[in-house]
Design a binder for this molecule. Sequence first.
Ligand code: FAD
Length: 595
Amino acid sequence: MYAPPSHKSFDKAEPQDPKRGADHIAPDCAGQNFYAIDRGLRDLLQLYLEPNDFRRLEPHFDRLGALAGGRLDELARAADKHPPVLNARDRFGRDEDWIDYHSSYREMEAIAFGDFQFHAMSHRAGTLDMDRPLPAVAKYALQYLFVQAEFGLMCPISVTDTSIHLIRKFASAELKDYLLPKMLSADVATMWKGTQFMTERAGGSDVGAIETTASCEDGVWRLYGDKWFCSHADADVALLLARPEGAPGGTKGLALFALPRRLKDGRRNTYRIVRLKDKLGTRSMASGEIRLEGAVAYLVGEADHGLKQMMEQVNLSRLSHGVRAAAMMRRCVNEAMVCARTRMAFGKTIIEYPLLRRQLLKITVPSEQSLSMFLFAASALDRANAGSKEAEGCLRILTPLLKFRACRDNIPVATGAMEVRGGNGYIEEWVQARLVRDAHIGVLWEGTSNINALDIVTRAVGKRRAHRTLEAALKRLLDNATRMPVAFRDRLRQALDRALVLAERVAAEPPLEQSARQAASALYHVTSSILMTWEAAQPGRDARRALYAKFVLEHRLSAQDPLEPHDGDWEREAAEFVFSQRQVALSEIAGLLNS
Ligand SMILES: Cc1cc2nc3c(=O)[nH]c(=O)nc-3n(C[C@H](O)[C@H](O)[C@H](O)COP(=O)(O)OP(=O)(O)OC[C@H]3O[C@@H](n4cnc5c(N)ncnc54)[C@H](O)[C@@H]3O)c2cc1C
């Protein structure tokens, strides 16, 4: 188990003083336990996890929540200020490139790969005292807690996890024997971490334009080409796509390869990190450009199934990206709430002002939506892994929905949280500035917003018809939410029907492609609204989730007149309940749901 070093291994971190905030400046969340203060997460884990698993894992959620608000947060601040540095050659002039990381980053790696073993928890027993691999719900809940402190490192963590998945599923027995023991190890000093290099100058979205070639020389595959965006650039093994000589053009001719950093005899493989990117966000983690100069690689799976296999990794990454966006939004909400409850202006705390409360709602609701969406998607993944075809269908559409909408919502939420802190939010000493910078990458990697919206409409809806599988699951939840007012549930059913029809029209009529994002947003909003309604209806759970559902219904799924004030009486009353720090009963808010 991780134990913080007795001395600070870096010198630039600020001391964590819980009394900060004296003398007019509002405090931040330093020192809080991000699990203990998260009513939504604590509630929902009890709905989405088996009771036994919840009982066994709760101490770990709590421990990580404390680390995320404490030591990890300190480390993340320092790592962001001390980005990695590439050394192109050693002192003898050899192209033995390597990357130096700040000690804060290395300490975060020890927590992630050594203590919690994020990379291995889905694949083997023995992590976090479990006698079997962790359910996806638990893994993503842990990612959610971790990312509230550190976003950059979650890329190497997640991509190691998903690389292991691909190798387990598609690699030959020999390749598995070679790679998996190293990749599943919890010895941070010797383990092999994974990554994925796909994007080239010719194309990120247009994968078929990839120019890297693979040639089989004396029975060994060698790769030639350039990869333009390579996060976790110095990973020990990278999964990548290349075109074997003679293979057809486009995506059909792409094969999947595993590229080791070191060869079996210990020498460096023949590829180089040419330079690191100077990035807006994720600054703690190294993203670089790679030149492949006849590098040795191992074919993974069947040569003509490269992209299909790689899409498994892409989809798992998309799910994790949705979780990361949810996590960053939660951090934004936590920071905004602590500030709003303490900052004084014109003789009152700023949370007392209706206009400020409205801003708080605008960051709280998307954050809660994404929480419900990722837990529902993760539970579908668990059920799909157990053999449910229905869950597999739901997951097919939930994954891009979550990636598309949560990552986009993260941007205005981060900006909104910065604004709540006022000018200090713009200053790099406070976490808000980093949250604003980090938020933007979510709409780019693993498919831009357009690419995800098109995946939803053309493939998940048009080809797979996964929206109808999702419809059946959501309608069951609504039927089951009998404690909710009938009229409110009927409105949700109607909204669902209209969103499904919109998605089908956009899928069927090519000129409507320009509405793909509108259709995807509608499906996301109605799905999350129904989930939050069902969750609120469960005995003992936070009834305020139904108010979040109603906000989504009114503001995202209903027509608005821009020339009428949109804060009716119900909204003012609802805000009272949402920001109340006491337990709210369903009976207290039922009237508001029908108003
Ligand atoms: C910091 C960072 C780290 C990254 N790390 C990695 C990594 O580790 N591995 C990796 O493989 N990649 C990585 N990427 C690359 C990332 O996945 C790509 O940048 C992304 O997929 C977009 O590709 P592109 O940059 O080529 O843009 P393009 O594909 O050229 O897209 C440009 C614009 O055109 C739009 N567009 C494209 N096609 C369509 C269409 N059919 N309809 C409508 N609009 C369209 C896009 O939405 C986008 O707005 C990283 C990127 C960044 C910024």
